[in-house]
Structure formats: structure tokens, C-alpha cells
Design a protein around this ligand. Structure first.
Ligand code: GRG
Length: 300
């Protein structure tokens, strides 16, 4: 990327991050509203942190079919609320048991475990409220399908199922195929749905949607390969979460299976494939290209 292109992408990113922050803040209940402690903790979990990769993907994919930005804000909010809920629950002592997230104490540390559990529950249901309470598509039947898509991506056949496989895999030997199956669900499903939901908010034909789906599947997995490399290589201050957690927890990762050099090579190959999937879409897919590149080269 040239310097000008880089600046343009950085400007676009910060614009989307800003409008996502505003949309999230408006969607979250006011902290003065009862029960105040729960509402305060929900805002603590969601606002003022995170790269907002999923909202960025929603907007980039939405632009391809000319979707209205207000619709994309709602979708971006919904996927980010699901993501935030997953992080809150994942950090709890019954799961990953972590004390640091996005550079600050995790929700159960800052508040308490029962509150963290309820924060996750309430964020998840709020996501569907946001997606169901105003138009995000050209027809109500399309919108219903989109609500179903997010439910599928988040549930036992998607993210929650992937988390179950992850918990069962601690201390076990997985092969590359099994590791991929886990991550397609745990991390990939929500990332994939971000792209598909963004695209469906506008007008795209089946062939374009198929290309986007291929891109989204690859990027979902790519995100995890890079997450494993970062977990092994970056420090806690940079990541804003405890580094080296996977090795400490005896978890199978791309790095433990392949080593850092081959995990990097795999990430490079997946990036090339993701970019190839976008080839027929031309200039319209520029932001999605930039995002795939960002996902590979992100610092945390
Ligand atoms: C508890 C149902 C349930 C699911 C949890 C996604 C997940 C499943 C747990 C998160 C654990 C983890 C670190 C997964 C690796 C990939 C990942 C989702 C990293 C965090 O996402 P980022 O980097 O975080 O987008 P930010 O903070 O930038 O939003």
C-alpha cells in the first residue's frame, strides 16, 4: 500500500470505529437506569476498546451492495455486542480465567462473577433486539433470515459450539484439521457472519455473495492464525490481554502445531487466497482487501 492509500484506510477505519462507538453507546442502556450496576458493567465491557474488526468488515462488505450506512451501524452493533459478550464469558474463571482484557481488568474482576455472567447474557439479547427493532434489509423476510444467520453463527453450531470444542481440547493433541474445525466455529463463524450480514443489507447477487463468503471464511480463520502468532510473540502490554495464555493453558494452537515460521507462511497463503476470492469484484472490494491485510499485520 502506498502512504496515501495507507492514510486513506486509516482515516476510514477511525471513521467507522467512531460511528460504531456512538451506535453502541446509543444502543446500550443508560447507566442511570435500574439495575444501574448491570448497565454500568455492560457499558464497561463494550465501550472504549477493541479494534472493532467485525464492524469494519460489516461496513466494508455493505459498501459493495450500496447498503445504507445506518443499517450497517445496526448490524455492526449487533455483531460487536455478540463479540463483547463472548469475551466477557470467555474471561470468566469457569472458562479461560483471565484478569486483563483490552488493557483493563476483566468484567468479573472489576465487578463480580454473577455480574459478568449477566452482562454476557444481556449483551447477547441486546444484539438481537438491535437487529430486530429497525430495518436492516430491503424486505422483512431478508431481515428475518439475517437474524437467523447471526443466531446460527453465535450458537452451538457456531461460536458457542467452537468454544465447547476449545474447552474440551485443553491438554489434548489435535491435528490441523481438528484445530481448523474448532476455529471455523469459535472465531470464524462471527467474522463470516459480519461480512455476509453487511452484504445482505444492500443489493448483491448470488455470485458476489459466494465470493464474499469464500473471502469471509478465509479471513475468519486467518484472524485466528494471526491471533495464535500474536499470543506466542507479542507482550501483554501490546496485546492488552495476558500474552502466552495458550501455551500456559496447554492449548493446541497453529503455533504449537506448526511453529511460528510455518504459521506465518500459512497466514500468507490464506491472505493470498482471500484476495483472490475478491478479484472479480474489482475496486468495490478495496476496503475488504485492506482489511484482510490489516488482519494479518495488526499489532494486537
Ligand atoms: C464464551 C460462547 C463463548 C465464546 C467465546 C471468541 C471466543 C469464544 C473467545 C475469545 C477468546 C479468544 C482470545 C479467541 C481468539 C480470537 C479472538 C476472538 C480474539 C479477540 O478478538 P479481537 O482481537 O478483540 O477482535 P478486540 O478486543 O479487538 O475486540
Amino acid at each position: 500500500m502506498t502512504n496515501t492509500a495507507q492514510q486513506d484506510f486509516a482515516g476510514w477505519m477511525s471513521h467507522i470505529q467512531q460511528r460504531t462507538e456512538e451506535a453502541l453507546s446509543a444502543a446500550l442502556p443508560d447507566p442511570g437506569l435500574a439495575p444501574e450496576r448491570l448497565h454500568e458493567a455492560m457499558r464497561y465491557a463494550v465501550l472504549g476498546g477493541g479494534k472493532r474488526v467485525r464492524p469494519l468488515l460489516v461496513h466494508a462488505a455493505g459498501a459493495i451492495g450500496g447498503a445504507q450506512p445506518e443499517r450497517l451501524d445496526r448490524i455492526a452493533c449487533a455483531v460487536e455486542l455478540i463479540h463483547a459478550y463472548s469475551l466477557v464469558h470467555d474471561d470468566m474463571p469457569c472458562m479461560d480465567d483471565d484478569v486483563l482484557r483490552r488493557g483493563k481488568p476483566t468484567v468479573h474482576v472489576e465487578y463480580d462473577e454473577a455480574t459478568a455472567l449477566l452482562v454476557g447474557d444481556a449483551l447477547q439479547t441486546l444484539a438481537f433486539q438491535v437487529l430486530a427493532s429497525a430495518p436492516v434489509a430491503d424486505s422483512s423476510s431478508r431481515q428475518l433470515g439475517m437474524i437467523g444467520l447471526l443466531a446460527m453463527a453465535s450458537g452451538s453450531r457456531g461460536m458457542a459450539g467452537g468454544q465447547a470444542i476449545d474447552l474440551a481440547a485443553v491438554g489434548k493433541q489435535l491435528d490441523l484439521r481438528e484445530l481448523e474445525f474448532m476455529h471455523i466455529h469459535k472465531t470464524g463463524a462471527l467474522i463470516r457472519s459480519s461480512v455476509l450480514l453487511g452484504a445482505q443489507a444492500g443489493t448483491v447477487d448470488g455470485a458476489v455473495l459466494e465470493r464474499l463468503d469464500r473471502y469471509a471464511k478465509l479471513v475468519g480463520l486467518l484472524f485466528q492464525v494471526v491471533d495464535d502468532i500474536l499470543d506466542a510473540e507479542a507482550d501483554t502490554a501490546t496485546l492488552g490481554k495476558t500474552a502466552g495464555k495458550d501455551a500456559d493453558n496447554d492449548k493446541p494452537t497453529y503455533v504449537s502445531l506448526l511453529g511460528v515460521a510455518d504459521a506465518r507462511r500459512l497466514a500468507g497463503e490464506m491472505l493470498d487466497e482471500a484476495l483472490a476470492a475478491l478479484e472479480p469484484l474489482g475496486e468495490r472490494a478495496g476496503r475488504l482487501r485492506d482489511l484482510a491485510d490489516y488482519i494479518v499485520h495488526r499489532p494486537f
